[in-house]
Design a protein around this ligand. Structure first.
Ligand code: ADP
Length: 301
């Protein structure tokens, strides 16, 4: 396990930002830490990077304890904090050499050159950071986070504020990094998780409300929502007899809203029901509930 979190609670005064959180992240996994604003995502990341201590509980990063071996933990971690704090008056190369110096990296110049290549900063490498666009500043942030070749990369909302092109580029970069590093990133954007994460941990008000592989979460939570209109009046009691239907709601006239969590297409069941009851189906419209709705449902409490 790259990251092991055991019963972490964090209090800010009387406010519980994290309530007894536990989870694990395996090697070379890309895990999305998802939740609405204020859920506790940044707090969890700051604890894992030893930036702030937990009030209770502990965590291990590559086997090192955040409470007792914080220097070792920091060596294992690359961190891209929220808002990507950079020295705007420094030049890109100068800044990366400065960061490399803090980590006491040998052959700094060649390592900085590699980082510039890896993060696609070549054309902007001789500019001041303050002159760069947000997308390129994110690349500088990523370069500083991986310059010491950490095993674990922790990124707090790494794509916030990027335009669609920059977004795609940075996501591509994160995915590529995830092939050889453990990546944990926080986001409140569902599509981000669907695009790059192997697994999702959804957090709400300091508590974990879901922890599953992205594909399972998509599969298990996808709901079919069907609007159906029959040619004749049908009673709710009868409608409820349609196979594989979990929810029935009357809309108007002879139109009903049905929902189902069945993995098979329930339109067949509706047709069979109609035939068996001498009804004609006038309209039938199916929608799939999206991951985004799942997120909303899990975090609306
Ligand atoms: P997220 O990253 O999910 O938006 P945060 O971890 O930043 O959430 O915040 C979780 C809760 O803790 C919020 O209610 C926030 O206001 C509160 N909080 C965060 N940092 C501090 C702090 N330094 N002092 C007091 N409250 C804080």
């Amino acid at each position: 396990m790259s990251i092991q979190v055991n019963n972490i609670t964090k209090l800010y005064g009387n406010q519980k930002a994290l309530n007894n959180i536990s989870f694990e992240v395996g090697s070379n996994e890309i895990v999305g830490f998802l939740g609405p604003n204020g859920a506790g995502k940044s707090t969890m990341m700051k604890i894992l990077t030893c930036y702030i201590p937990p009030s209770e509980g502990t965590a291990k990063v590559c086997g090192f304890d955040i409470n007792t071996q914080s220097i070792e933990v920091r060596k294992q971690i690359g961190y891209l904090p929220e808002h990507n704090p950079l020295y705007l008056d420094m030049y890109v190369k100068e800044f990366l050499e400065f960061v490399g110096g803090i980590y006491k990296i040998k052959n700094i110049k060649s390592r900085v050159k590699d980082m510039i290549e890896m993060t696609g900063l070549q054309i902007e490498q001789n500019k001041k950071i303050g002159a760069l666009s947000k997308g390129y500043r994110q690349r500088v942030g990523l370069a500083q986070a991986i310059i010491h070749d950490p095993k674990v990369l922790i990124m707090d909302e790494p794509t916030t504020g990027l335009d669609p092109n920059q977004l795609e580029e940075i996501r591509g970069l994160i995915k590529a990094l995830g092939k050889e590093k453990t990546v944990m990133l926080s986001t409140h954007i569902m599509q981000e998780v669907e695009a790059i994460c192997d697994r999702v941990i959804i957090i709400n008000k300091g508590e974990i409300v879901a922890n599953d592989e992205t594909k399972n979460l998509q599969k298990n939570t996808t709901k079919q929502i069907i609007t159906v209109e029959f040619d004749k009046e049908v009673s709710e009691k009868l409608i409820q007899k349609i196979n594989n239907i979990d929810g029935v709601k009357f809309l108007q006239g002879n139109t009903w809203l049905l929902s189902s969590t069945s993995k098979d297409d329930v339109r067949k069941d509706i047709f069979n029901f109609a035939v068996a009851n001498n009804l004609s189906v006038l309209t039938l419209n199916k929608e799939e509930q999206k991951m985004e709705d799942v997120f909303k449902e899990l975090t609306k409490k």
